[in-house]
Structure formats: structure tokens, C-alpha cells
Design a protein around this ligand. Structure first.
Ligand code: SF4
Ligand code: SF4
Length: 465
């Protein structure tokens, strides 16, 4: 049995004060000047250490307050209030919500799984991945704990076409070619986000993280320079132009991504003709007709497909459809056609939480790409100022590569532990077996249909009053 894959994390401080969910408002007017002010009784010494960060205009009490509400409840004149921070509510968008962003910051800082306390006060269903529930019926078994227990849970997955069977000679040697399959220790790859205040140092940090985690980082070929040659084993050069020299920047890269299409056939042939040619991943945009394109790509000999959704986790051309549904329908279609095992399906588009990795795999993906999550790990506020050429409020491009790498390792370390938790609770010990295992999940739309679609219908033999 291979050694247990463990991601070691350690706290890595923020470079800037994070925007907090709530702030303290303490009025002075009407103060009775009590001999012992409740502010002095704060066990965390929040008021005693109070200071203003002049650069960011942030009051330290907002970040240091632990929300015990003691001062709020004890002030006899009720002069102290906690209120929702409007700046917090304004960060991100409908998909990258303030809560998701602040949890990603927490995981990148601590490397720990965010815990929200006892009970759950959120909704039980919602759009996209939120309409899918995983079966946690095995959670009662303590030995199932893949993080601390003795259970061995493998999160490793294979990329590339796996042969249907192997043939051996009488001497026991493998007949024919050794299959070109690449193993990664967890079903998560990284890719450059679509925007961000990104410098060479940032990309170097992501490369360092990919090497430490044993996964791969997809970077446009034009951004690969001589300084990144040492990371080529953990890189996926992304080619978008026919003009790119197929040999340049590919030395040692185990995989390369090109757009799928007839016009890329010659380029692909050239790529496969180079010595020790890399695995080729064909990118297909998740939009209307993607299913047919995937089938044609499989027919055309593709071994790996990257389904690229929008950064909001939806189809690129139809915002009413979610990547969850796209992955599932394409996976089921490949199963129906009897070709599912001939292809590796990778998915990207708004993967924002560890649970979405597990849910994508249950829907049928072999692995997913994360992009904006590794930018948010660097304190990105998704304000999009960089897209307008304005300065980044958290100066991401100036961050040292080592800090970038440690933050991303922390984030994916926390995600890996959550994946182990989910798999352990589902009783699944191998991520390869989780793929398409929809029997371990419930889908709200299906339950809703099954339960309520017959309501109002008149059953045979039933008489209405
Ligand atoms: S709410 Fe609690 S932790 Fe926050 S400032 Fe008041 S006493 Fe301190
Ligand atoms: S914080 Fe704003 S400006 Fe900086 S990288 Fe993120 S989106 Fe761009």
C-alpha cells in the first residue's frame, strides 16, 4: 500500500487586514463613565489593543472581536452595537459570495477546515451544486476517519486513457505499449484564473504549490519562461494559437491543453510526433452542443477532455444551466455510448468549495481545475479593479512566491481533508470509485419530480368527491 498522502500545513498570516462580516459601533454620547467599563472586561482585550490601520482605514476591533457579545449585552446604556459590515456584503458576486470568500481566506490562512458551529441554519437546497446532497450514512463509523483514523482512503486519480484490459506474454511481461497514464494524488488541478493582479512571482508561487502537492498547474504557453523549466513536470502548457511552436516550453511537461476542433488536427499530429509526447487534453467550452462535441472528440481519438464552464459555475452561453448538470449529462451520455472509460473528463468553472470537488466527481468528472479559489487564497476580494487597469487593494502581484505557495498549499490541504471526510462518511475509499457514483447522492430536482409530479393527477380506480 502506498504511503498515506498528507498535506502538511502551517498558519500563514494575511498580508492585509481581511474585511470582516460584522463591526462594532460604540457610541460615546450618553456614556455614564462607569467605574469599570464593559470595554475593559473584554477577555480578548480587543479595546485595549485597539488601533487604526491608516493604510486600509480599518479599525482593529472589527478584526479582533470574537463575537461573544459580552460588551454589547453588558453596557447599561446599550451604547455598543454589532452590525453587519456593508463593505463585507459588497465583496464578490452572486457566485463568489462574501461567505465563500471569507472561508477561502480562513482556509488559506490556517490550513484548517472551517467549522460553523453546532447546527446548520442555512437553506437545505439551492441552485447548482446546492441542489445535490451527499449520502453520509457511514459517518457513524469512527474507523472511517481518513484524516486521523486508521482507514486508508485514496484520493488519487488517473489522467489519460486507461486500457480496457492488459495483455501479458507467457513470461509475464506486458504486451504492447505501456499505457500513457498520469497519476495525481487528488482530483484537483490548478489553472490560471481569467483575471487578477498576477505577476511572474505569483505564477512561480502557484508552480511551487503544484510541485509540493504533486498536482499540475495549467499556464498559457506564452507565460512559460526559462525560470519555469524546473517546474515543467508539474505544468500543463495551455496552447491557444496555431503559431505556437509545439516544441517550445513543452520539455518535460506531462500534459498539454489545446482547444478541440478540426482545425487543430495537424497541430495535434505534430504534438504527438515529438519524442516523449505529452498527454493531450482537448478543451471544450461548456455550452449548447458540448455533449455532441465531446462524443465527436472521443470518436476522433481524444483521451482527455477539459469541460470549461463559466467562472460563475454555469454554462458559458446559458446562465440558467449549471456545470453540475453539464458534467452529469455528458458523463451519462458517454456511459450510454459505452465509451466512458476511454476518456478522462476534467471540469472547470467556479469551483469554490471542497464539497464541489466531491460533487463534481460524483456527477462524473475525473478531476476538476480550480482557478479563482487559488487567487482568493491570496486575499483577492473579487473587486475586479484589475480588469479595469486599477490598482489591486491587496497588491497580489507584489506577494513573494513562497507566501503564495504556502497559502495555496494551506487551502488545498484543507480541501483534501474535507474530501477525506466526505469520502469516509460515504464509505468510499478510493476517489476513482467515486466517479459517477450518483447512488451516493440525492438530487433535489429528481426528488421534487418524483414526489410532486403526480399530485393533481387522477389515478385509475380513484374517484374524486
Ligand atoms: S463582543 Fe466580546 S469579543 Fe467582541 S469586543 Fe465585545 S466583549 Fe470583546
Ligand atoms: S483584489 Fe481585486 S484587483 Fe486585486 S486581484 Fe482580486 S479582483 Fe483583481
Amino acid at each position: 500500500m502506498p504511503a498515506k498522502y498528507v498535506i502538511h500545513t502551517k498558519p500563514v498570516a494575511h498580508r492585509f487586514e481581511p474585511i470582516t462580516r460584522s463591526g462594532i459601533i460604540a457610541w460615546e454620547e450618553g456614556c455614564l463613565k462607569c467605574p469599570v467599563c464593559v470595554k475593559r472586561q473584554c477577555v480578548y482585550g480587543v479595546y485595549d489593543h485597539r488601533h487604526l490601520d491608516a493604510r486600509q482605514m480599518i479599525d482593529s476591533i472589527d478584526n479582533q472581536c470574537m463575537n461573544c457579545l459580552r460588551c454589547v449585552q453588558s453596557c447599561p446604556k446599550e451604547l455598543i452595537h454589532k452590525s453587519l459590515n456593508p463593505e463585507y456584503k459588497a465583496i464578490g458576486d452572486a457566485h463568489w459570495t462574501p461567505d465563500i470568500i471569507s472561508r477561502l481566506w480562513y482556509q488559506a490562512e490556517t490550513g484548517k477546515i472551517p467549522v460553523s458551529g453546532a447546527g446548520y441554519n442555512g437553506p437545505f437546497s439551492g441552485p447548482g451544486f446546492d441542489s445535490m446532497w451527499t449520502d453520509m450514512s457511514e459517518i457513524v463509523r469512527p474507523t472511517r476517519d481518513g484524516i486521523h483514523g486508521r482507514e486508508y482512503i485514496s484520493t488519487a486519480v488517473d489522467l489519460g486513457r486507461t486500457p480496457r484490459h492488459l495483455l501479458f506474454t507467457r513470461q509475464g511481461d506486458l504486451e504492447g505499449h505501456t499505457p500513457n497514464v498520469l497519476g495525481i494524488p487528488m482530483p484537483i488541478l490548478m489553472r490560471l484564473p481569467g483575471f487578477g493582479s498576477i505577476s511572474n512571482e505569483t505564477v512561480l508561487g502557484w508552480n511551487l504549490a503544484a510541485r509540493r502537492l504533486g498536482t499540475l498547474m495549467a499556464v498559457p504557453l506564452e507565460l512559460i519562461n526559462s525560470g519555469q523549466v524546473e517546474f515543467s513536470r508539474w505544468s500543463i502548457p495551455v496552447i491557444t494559437s496555431h503559431e505556437s511552436d509545439p516544441g517550445r516550453g513543452l520539455q518535460g511537461a506531462p500534459m498539454v491543453e489545446i482547444p478541440w476542433g478540426e482545425e487543430w488536427k495537424d497541430y495535434r499530429d505534430e504534438l504527438t510526433s515529438v519524442e516523449a509526447s505529452p498527454l493531450i487534453c482537448d478543451k471544450i467550452v461548456l455550452e449548447k452542443g458540448a455533449e455532441e462535441k465531446v462524443l465527436r472528440a472521443v470518436d476522433g481519438g481524444a483521451s482527455m477532455i477539459h469541460l470549461e464552464g463559466s467562472m460563475g459555475g454555469r454554462f458559458v452561453d446559458d446562465h440558467s444551466r449549471y456545470i453540475k448538470d453539464g458534467i452529469r449529462s455528458i458523463h451519462l451520455r458517454l456511459v450510454e455510448e459505452g465509451v466512458r472509460d476511454e476518456i478522462t473528463l476534467l471540469a472547470s468553472g467556479g469551483i469554490a468549495m471542497a464539497e464541489q470537488v466531491a460533487k463534481s466527481v460524483i456527477c462524473g468528472a475525473d478531476a476538476v481545475f480550480v482557478d479563482f479559489a487559488i487567487l482568493i487564497a491570496l486575499e483577492c476580494r473579487m473587486c475586479r479593479r484589475c480588469t479595469e487597469g486599477l490598482s489591486c487593494p491587496v497588491e497580489i502581484k507584489d506577494a513573494a512566491a513562497s507566501w503564495v505557495a504556502e497559502r495555496v498549499v494551506n487551502l488545498l490541504g484543507a480541501w483534501h481533508n474535507q474530501l477525506l471526510e466526505v469520502m469516509g462518511a460515504m464509505g468510499i475509499r478510493d476517489a476513482r470509485r467515486l466517479r459517477g457514483e450518483s447512488g451516493r447522492a440525492m438530487f433535489f430536482e429528481e426528488l421534487d419530480r418524483e414526489t410532486f409530479s403526480s399530485m393533481g393527477e387522477i389515478q385509475e380506480g380513484c374517484e374524486l368527491e
